[in-house]
Ligand binder design. Structure first.
Ligand code: GLC
Ligand code: CA
Length: 506
């Protein structure tokens, strides 16, 4: 039996999770010291964003050595300790593999230039019109050779050539290195950029919205040739051969309808369409249906549900603080993997970032330290000067919420504890306007995404969990609330696959 089908996986952003040695930067010993928090939450695994040596152009997503730990985070010994301590608590460990590009300071870039994608310029300019994700041309000219190298992200992140078998072999070795150290799986970064058009054809101008938010300049082109090449699944298959049966979760930043070719050799792919949905019943329902349809040839669903990460505005800022609890209920009642980004479990919000920004793409506000204690300056994260200040630790911290049965943290714990009972496939239900409802076996989940009280679809069912005391009352669901009910009546499924309860609805 695989351990993950319905696992909750906790994302720690190592720089901001817990600082052990007081230098203001989170580290591996710090993560080890807070494993009990992750285990008590009920998570099955910990995923760490990259911990490798990095010049920090992209805060660790520019890797200078895939088989080492950045001294700021600790040592390989600290890593082994952390894995052992996690496993002792029944927690699995996932790493973040960045296969698309390395840091420009990786020795490969000088020792093995043939590992990268090079082309001659067109006149004085770059080889084609491709744009880097964070803006500017996707090509930079190397002064020594006069040739141009490709970078899907920052110029400090040259793209690897996955059509070179030596690159494939080198990355397979990286996977084996960490698996030998006891790692249980990987989150695979930026898979939709892994290969691009071999002829390097220009991208056409965008003629329709992409379907997910994109940086403004990048959104001007349709990324027909610079991403999403047809042979990416072959590269993923090669990663799978090295990974054996370890868990592989892909970051594929595409609308759900385009994700299917990627998942043959993956266990799951992040459900970005739901992540970026507006908080209204119609959009949420459409996104749940689209992401649930991502499956393999055997029909196994492969969505990994997630509402925050280190790249985007946090859940309360996107969905509204009044919807934090209902969003938790939604995230944790859908079938399959669910990812929690550190701080979500206490309702952590975006911060101001740093006065002198660290990340050129503006993502500092989503990366503030975890708030352990109600101490405004350090939040129990460090004894020194935190690299980024805590946001609002006096209002929001693990220590305070732990003892409060009505806190967001307690709600997360209850929801995760209930998950084993939520068996059975997802069936969307008809519900009143503004309400998202679905069945999992004999449980009905209802979320009121509107600002008015609405009829509860599971009228007659028994409420087993609600987002706040009194959220359900007299067969109705309060504004912004959610509930899980155990049904007493059978659920009738229509031909279209939508179910309807015996009564309820409008
Ligand atoms: C992924 C990471 C992001 C990074 C990018 C390039 O999207 O989540 O943080 O900037 O890949 O590696
Ligand atoms: Ca430290």
């Amino acid at each position: 039996m695989n351990w993950w089908p319905d696992a909750v996986i906790y994302q720690a952003y190592p720089r901001s999770f817990m600082d052990y040695n007081g230098d203001g930067i989170g580290d591996l010993r710090g993560i080890e010291s807070r494993l009990d928090h992750i285990a008590e939450l009920g998570a099955a695994a910990l995923w760490m964003s990259p911990i490798h040596p990095s010049p920090l152009a992209d805060f660790g997503y520019d890797v200078a050595d895939y088989q080492a730990v950045d001294p700021a985070y600790g040592s390989l010994e600290d890593f082994d300790r952390l894995v052992a301590a996690a496993h002792a608590r029944g927690l699995r460990v996932l790493m973040d593999l960045v296969p698309c590009h390395t840091s420009i300071e990786h020795p490969w870039f000088t020792e093995h230039p043939e590992y990268y994608l090079w082309a001659d310029g067109r006149g004085d300019g770059p080889p084609n019109n491709w744009i880097a994700t964070f803006g500017g041309p996707a090509w930079t000219r190397d002064e020594r050779s006069g040739r141009w190298y490709l970078h899907s992200f920052y110029p400090e992140q040259p793209d690897l050539d996955w059509r070179n078998p030596a690159v494939v072999a080198a990355m397979q070795e990286v996977l084996r290195f960490w698996l030998d150290r006891g790692v249980d799986g990987f989150r695979l970064d930026a898979l939709d950029r892994l290969l691009k058009d071999a002829q390097l054809r220009d991208d056409p101008p965008a003629s329709a919205p992409f379907g997910l938010p994109l940086p403004a300049q990048y959104a001007q082109l349709e990324h027909l040739h610079s991403t999403n090449a047809a042979d990416i699944p072959d590269a993923i298959a090669a990663l799978r051969r090295a990974a054996g049966d370890a868990l592989l979760v892909g970051e594929i930043y595409l609308p759900a309808a385009q994700v299917a070719p990627y998942v043959a050799d993956l266990d799951a792919a992040f459900a970005f369409e739901l992540f970026h949905s507006d908080w209204n019943a119609k959009s949420l329902r459409a996104a749940i249906e689209a992401c649930s349809a991502v499956g393999d040839q055997n029909g196994a669903a492969k969505a990994a549900w997630v509402f925050s990460n280190h790249d985007f505005s946090r859940l309360p800022n996107r969905f509204g603080p009044e919807n934090v609890r209902a969003a938790a209920l939604l995230l944790l009642t859908l079938p399959g993997l669910a990812f929690i980004y550190q701080g979500d479990e206490i309702g952590q919000v975006d911060g101001p970032g740093s006065q002198r920004p660290y990340d050129r793409a503006g993502r500092d506000p989503f990366r503030h330290p975890m708030q352990w204690e109600p101490e405004p300056a350090r939040a129990g994260f460090t004894t020194g000067d935190p690299w980024l200040a805590p946001v609002d630790a006096a209002e929001r911290s693990v220590a305070v919420q732990r003892g409060d049965p009505r806190s967001v943290l307690s709600l997360y714990r209850e929801l995760i504890a209930l998950r084993p009972q939520l068996t059975g496939a997802l069936r969307m239900l008809e519900a009143a306007e503004g309400v998202v409802a679905y069945a999992r076996g004999n449980h009905v989940v209802a979320i009121n995404a509107s600002a008015q009280s609405r009829p509860l679809p599971a009228a007659g069912g028994q409420t087993v969990l609600e987002t706040a005391p009194g959220a359900t009352h007299g067969g109705r669901l309060r504004a912004h609330a959610g509930a899980i009910c155990r049904t007493t009546e059978p659920i009738v499924t229509s031909a279209a696959g939508s179910g309807r309860l015996g009564h309820g609805g409008r």
